[in-house]
Structure formats: structure tokens, C-alpha cells
Design a protein around this ligand. Structure first.
Ligand code: F6P
Length: 458
């Protein structure tokens, strides 16, 4: 049998498209850290990457032969769009994402009525299309790396159709604690775990998330496959080139002009509940209240990008974020000082430029598989900036000791730690920034990929 020796399967691929005014597909920035990080890990490997056409524009691009990437073979899975939306919106994003991040508002969600059962059929159908695409392309005994909660059923399906394959399932999210997994619709919850457990091995960014998975399996009396922790890291050379690009330099000049001599706190996140933007703004408000010497002397630049805008929870959260920022600005702003600048334009040049300039980087998710921004910032920052990091982010395991730690649920603590980080003296800032860079440089995207391949072959 011919075919590929290394196959990656992920919902989102390295390329995404939007329609221009004439109905022609044009390349767009691909949202989400996973696809970008995978792209740099896979560059030049000649691997086959199976990903979904997520929109009409992606389909049109695939039809026009635009889904190509040098050094990779891209295979596009094209589920019917209604089926795809049910799988992606209802099961992946509104249920699994919320469960793994412990975000459910339990008096209302999950509802798990007939609508969910229908959506789970759609999820099964999309996973089946992925499994078939992998089976069609993989060589005898090939290594298959299945990514994330969108594709939990794929390892189980491949174990039946292609038992010769070595399949690793890797979760980029946290994994729910067993008591939270009990909230999942019963049959679906069991089926998902059983299918993941058919993998050759299951990987996570930290031992803590692996332990969550093992606890859930135990609760369901399902035999556990080998598990491993393999944190992802950014590619330093690629980041360096990115921040040196004309687009980033121009964005940096605009930020310098905006901020002037003031201290700068930056945050860069997808606008969504697990990123905990609201408590970040409430904490900044408390800082200005409790430490009045910062009034007029510090700016919080919050760079958000919208995603999953078909979810009611996300839309409501985005509105609350805007109102909260407006309230902080009304309360403290003056004619020549806007305390919080919220920019939600989808502009990655601007985000990387801000990472070069921060004095403090605020990364305070409620729960996060890893958080790549916490690793990208220290690599490109030019001011020995301090990272204020949630102890609930996966990256905390590697970076925690070189950051200012926060309990993300505690606004008073976050305000105090922001104040502490802003006030650190030059010697301490330089020490922490050097230590952070050294920790981040220990592991790149290539190391992560090697760990996954090794887990498949062991
Ligand atoms: O940032 C990584 C991540 O959180 C992954 O866990 C996940 O696969 C991806 O984002 C999903 O994002 P999107 O819905 O934008 O594809």
C-alpha cells in the first residue's frame, strides 16, 4: 500500500478563506493558535494534513485548487454545511468546550434534549468523514495525529477500519475533571471517552489535564490507553521574522504614539468566556481605585479577536466586555487619557506589535489548555516586560516561577498582582524576563511534534 506515513487530522487547517466583494475566495488570517502552531511544526515534513472546509469560501477555495501549502499535502474534508454547523457549534463549541473549561451555567446548560442527540449524530457523521479521509490516505502502519475535541470519535473509528495505524489523540484544551464530565449527556459522554481510549496514546499539554482524562475513564470503567504530557511551544525564528515585518513595525509605531511615556498593560485573546476578560477589566478598575498614583500613568491595551460568533454565549460575553470597558473609561478617563483601549479588529500584526511593547502582559484565563500568548510574549518583548499569569493556564506548569501568578477568579488578587508587576524594579524585571525567555526557548513546536510521533511508535 502506498500513501502517507504521517497524517495529521484537525478541524481547522492552515489556510482559511473569505469571499471578497466579487464572490472570489481570498486568503484570511487563520484564527486560533492551534492551526498556526501546527503549521510551523509541520513545515517541510511532507506530512498529509486532513482538515475541514469550514465555510463556503473554504469550499470554493478547495474547488479552485487554492488549498495548497509547500512541503505539505492538504486533504480537505467537506461535510454538508448544516451537518458541520451542528457538529461544530452545538457539540464541539457549546458542549465540549464548555465542559472542558468548566464554563457551564449549570442551572440552564447543558440542556441535552432531542436537539443535542441530533447534533451528536452530526458530530458522528463529521468524525466519520475525517476517519474515512485518513484511512484513504494513510500508508500501512502510518502514524496518525488527531487533534482536539472536534475529532474525539476518530481514534475509535480508525481502530475498526484501519487497525494497522498508530493513532495519537492530542487535546489542546484542558480535560474536564470527572465530576464535570458527569454533566455531559450520558450516552455521548461515554461514547466519546471510549473512542478516545482506542488511541495508541492520548496526549495533553500538562499532567493535570491527563489526570482529568484518566479520572473520567475510571469513572466510566473504561481501560486507559497510555497518556503523556507534551506542551507546545512557539517557533522563535518565525516569531522574530513576524515582528520584524513592515506590517508589525508600522503597527508598533502606532502603539508607541498612542501610549507615549505611559506604562502599558497588554492582553491578547480570543473574545470568549474562558479567557476571563471581564475580571481583567474589573481588576484594572480596582487597581486605579486602590493605587491612585497609576491614574493617568498606565494604559490597558486589550486586543481581542472574535470567533464562534454563532454562539449566543459568545455574543453576550462580547457585549458585556464592551460595556465594561466603557464603564471603566467613563469612571477614570480624562481629556488626555483613555485608561482602556479595546480593539477587536482581526489584525495579527497589531497583536504581535503589542507583544513587543508591553510592560505587563496579562494572561488570566479561568482555565486554558496551554495559552500560547504567554509563551510568544516573552520571546518578542523588547522591554523586559513582566507576565501576570493565571495559575489555571497549562503554561503555568512550565513558566509559573518566572511570572507573577494570579488566581483568575480573584479580582482583588489580580488588581494587587497587576500593581506589583507594574512596580517591579529594573533588576527584577530583567531577571524575570531572562528566566522566562530561557524557559520558553527550551521547547519549540518541533519538540512537541517529535513527542507525539514517539508516543505513536512506542
Ligand atoms: O487556540 C487553540 C484552540 O483553543 C484549540 O484548542 C482548538 O482546536 C482551536 O483553538 C479551536 O478554535 P476554532 O474554533 O477557532 O477553530
Amino acid at each position: 500500500m502506498g500513501g502517507a506515513d504521517l497524517v495529521i487530522a484537525s478541524n481547522r487547517g492552515p489556510l482559511s478563506f473569505r469571499m471578497d466583494g466579487t464572490g472570489t475566495p481570498v486568503a484570511a488570517d487563520t484564527a486560533g493558535g492551534l492551526a498556526g502552531a501546527l503549521d510551523s511544526a509541520l513545515r517541510g515534513t511532507e506530512a498529509t494534513w486532513v482538515a475541514a472546509a469550514m465555510s463556503e469560501a473554504d469550499r470554493a477555495a478547495a474547488d479552485a485548487g487554492l488549498m495548497t501549502r509547500p512541503g505539505l499535502r492538504l486533504v480537505t474534508v467537506r461535510p454538508d454545511l448544516v451537518t458541520y454547523r451542528m457538529a461544530y457549534d452545538v457539540v464541539s463549541n457549546a458542549t465540549l468546550w464548555f465542559c472542558h473549561h468548566h464554563l457551564f451555567d449549570l442551572s440552564r446548560r447543558p440542556r441535552a434534549g432531542r436537539g443535542f442527540a441530533e447534533a451528536f449524530d452530526a458530530y458522528r457523521a463529521v468524525n466519520d468523514q475525517f476517519a474515512r479521509a485518513v484511512a484513504d490516505t494513510a500508508a500501512e502502519g502510518a502514524t496518525v495525529l488527531v487533534q482536539d475535541y472536534h475529532l474525539c470519535l476518530v481514534p475509535g473509528m480508525l481502530a475498526v477500519s484501519r487497525p494497522d495505524l498508530r493513532t495519537v489523540h492530542f487535546s489542546h484544551t484542558p480535560f474536564a475533571d470527572p465530576n464535570m464530565w458527569r454533566v455531559m449527556p450520558s450516552a455521548a459522554g461515554h461514547e466519546l471517552l471510549e473512542a478516545m481510549a482506542r488511541s495508541t496514546a492520548c496526549g495533553f499539554h500538562t499532567a493535570r489535564w491527563a489526570a482529568g482524562f484518566l479520572g473520567c475513564l475510571e469513572d466510566h470503567a473504561i481501560a486507559a490507553p497510555p497518556t503523556f504530557a507534551a506542551p507546545l511551544g512557539p517557533d522563535p525564528a518565525q516569531l522574530e521574522a513576524r515582528v520584524a515585518s513592515p506590517g508589525c513595525r508600522a503597527a508598533r509605531a502606532r502603539i508607541d504614539e498612542l501610549v507615549g511615556e505611559r506604562s502599558l498593560v497588554v492582553r491578547v485573546d480570543r473574545i470568549e468566556p474562558s479567557k476571563n476578560l471581564l475580571r481583567g477589566f474589573w481588576a484594572f478598575d480596582e487597581l486605579l481605585e486602590t493605587e491612585p498614583h497609576w491614574r493617568g500613568r498606565v494604559v490597558l491595551l486589550a486586543l481581542g479577536y472574535a470567533s464562534r460568533e454563532t454562539l449566543a454565549e459568545y455574543l453576550a460575553y462580547g457585549t458585556e466586555v464592551e460595556h465594561t470597558v466603557a464603564r471603566v473609561n467613563e469612571r477614570w478617563g480624562t481629556d488626555d487619557w483613555q485608561p482602556v483601549i479595546l480593539d477587536v479588529a482581526d489584525d495579527s500584526d497589531r497583536s504581535f506589535a503589542a507583544l513587543t511593547r508591553y510592560d505587563v502582559l496579562l494572561v488570566n484565563p479561568l482555565r486554558d489548555g496551554l495559552n500560547l500568548v504567554a509563551k510568544e510574549g516573552p520571546l518578542v518583548n523588547e522591554r523586559d516586560g513582566v507576565v501576570v499569569l493565571s495559575r489555571e493556564a497549562g503554561a503555568f506548569e512550565e513558566l509559573g516561577e518566572a511570572t507573577v501568578a494570579v488566581n483568575p477568579y480573584d479580582v482583588a488578587d489580580t488588581a494587587a498582582q497587576l500593581g506589583r508587576a507594574l512596580a517591579l524594579d529594573r533588576t527584577e524585571r530583567t531577571r524575570l524576563a531572562g528566566e522566562l525567555r530561557a524557559r520558553v526557548e527550551k521547547r519549540g513546536a518541533g519538540d512537541w511534534l517529535k513527542d507525539l510521533v514517539a508516543a505513536a511508535r512506542s
